[in-house]
Design a binder for this molecule. Structure first.
Ligand SMILES: NC(=O)c1ccc[n+]([C@@H]2O[C@H](COP(=O)([O-])OP(=O)(O)OC[C@H]3O[C@@H](n4cnc5c(N)ncnc54)[C@H](OP(=O)(O)O)[C@@H]3O)[C@@H](O)[C@H]2O)c1
Length: 332
């Protein structure tokens, strides 16, 4: 048994490329007291993987020369702790490799749902981020207008659908006509704006002539700036992430116009990390499951086979290749 690992050999200064990674092979590590050996089954690909290369965030920065970090669903294959038995499924930051040894405190036990891919999409970080960000910070009321960016991605596609469940008018922002059509036809968004076709401000003003009550911001930058003048009085901006700033040189400072737009309109602009709400996780999963069972929440998963393809899959996600939740299948 060998352990393949994908090492981040160099931190990217501009765009992430395949040359920043190297596949190495070594022995499978042995767990000691309090640890388990995990076989990685599914690796979650997240826009944030790229942000971690820029420096410390809500987690330490990734160092050049280390196994690329990443969350995964993994199975316990050897246990040196009474807390886990062989066959348990866990969510953990195993990194991009076939096997990992981790202490029991670094693991979250997860139930065996079918298919297990749902543990990374709707019942994982993506679904929970959409749920808590929209409902706890956005606090949408029926009849209000929600705008969500990176709308065809894993978090965004759930945000828009939950907005519809709550009786709101939902506008998605995504790249390209195919994604925009999919949001409306398949996911039930009211309309979608292709940010690659022109002035986002003009497109959004046209789509939301009465203004925006909740803007769920996954991208930051120009799209955040375009949404600010369109916010309605006492609107809420959910600061979830800033994909536009992750893959390249540091962006220009912004947004501009804060006092005029935010102060006068009494806007709430709040950041969050999904783990802030983990004490309410079980209740959230129960509600998400109910929506899935009733057919109100569709789950789009983009599963790519093979550990060796992980670097290309992340590069593709940052370029907008994915629809819904992208993940790697490493083993069955
Ligand atoms: N706060 C939290 O706890 C938390 C947790 C999880 C994720 N997040 C955040 O959620 C956001 C979405 O992450 P994800 O992992 O779910 O990825 P994702 O939305 O599945 O994929 C990223 C998408 O971003 C879009 N994109 C890339 N560059 C862009 C740009 N310059 N402008 C506009 N859109 C761009 C691409 O779609 P297009 O084709 O539409 O461009 C791409 O598909 C990220 O900001 C991430 O950091 C936050």
């Amino acid at each position: 048994m060998r352990n393949r690992q994908i090492v981040l050999v160099e931190l990217p200064k501009r765009k992430l490329g395949t040359t920043h990674f190297r596949l190495v092979e070594g022995a499978v590590p042995e767990p000691k007291g309090g640890e388990v050996l995990l076989r990685v089954r599914l690796i979650s690909l997240d826009a944030a993987n790229r942000a971690w290369m820029q420096g410390a965030t809500y987690r330490p920065a990734i160092e050049a020369g280390s196994v690329m970090a990443g969350g995964a669903i993994a199975e316990v294959v050897k246990s040196c702790t009474p807390q886990f038995v062989v066959g348990d499924l866990v969510f953990a930051d195993t990194g991009w490799q076939d096997y990992a040894v981790l202490p029991s405190k670094a693991l979250t036990k997860v139930p065996r749902v079918e298919p297990i891919t749902h543990l990374l999409s709707v019942y994982g970080i993506a679904g929970l981020t959409a749920y808590f960000g929209l409902l706890r910070i956005g606090r949408p009321q029926a009849g209000e207008t929600i705008v969500v960016s990176a709308a065809a991605g894993s978090v965004g596609s759930f945000v828009g659908q939950i907005g519809k469940i709550k009786g709101c008018r939902v506008i998605g922002i995504a790249g390209g006509p195919a994604k925009c059509e999919w949001l409306v036809r398949e996911l039930g968004f009211d309309t979608a704006v292709d940010y690659k076709t022109g002035s986002v401000y003009a497109l959004l003003r046209n789509a939301a002539p009465d203004g925006i009550d909740v803007y769920f911001d996954n991208v930051g930058g120009d799209i955040l700036e375009a949404s600010l003048p369109l916010m309605r009085m006492r609107g809420r901006i959910v600061c979830c992430g800033a994909v536009s700033a992750y893959d390249g040189v540091a962006p220009a400072a912004g947004p501009r116009g804060i006092p005029g737009f935010i102060v006068v309109k009494r806007l709430l602009m709040q950041g969050f990390i999904v783990t802030d709400y983990f004490s309410e996780r079980q209740e959230a999963i129960t509600e998400l499951r109910r929506w899935v069972e009733r057919g109100q929440l569709k789950i789009e998963e983009d599963v790519i086979e093979g550990l060796e393809n992980t670097p290309n899959a992340l590069i593709g996600l940052l370029a907008g290749e994915n629809r819904g939740k992208r993940m790697m299948r490493v083993s069955q």
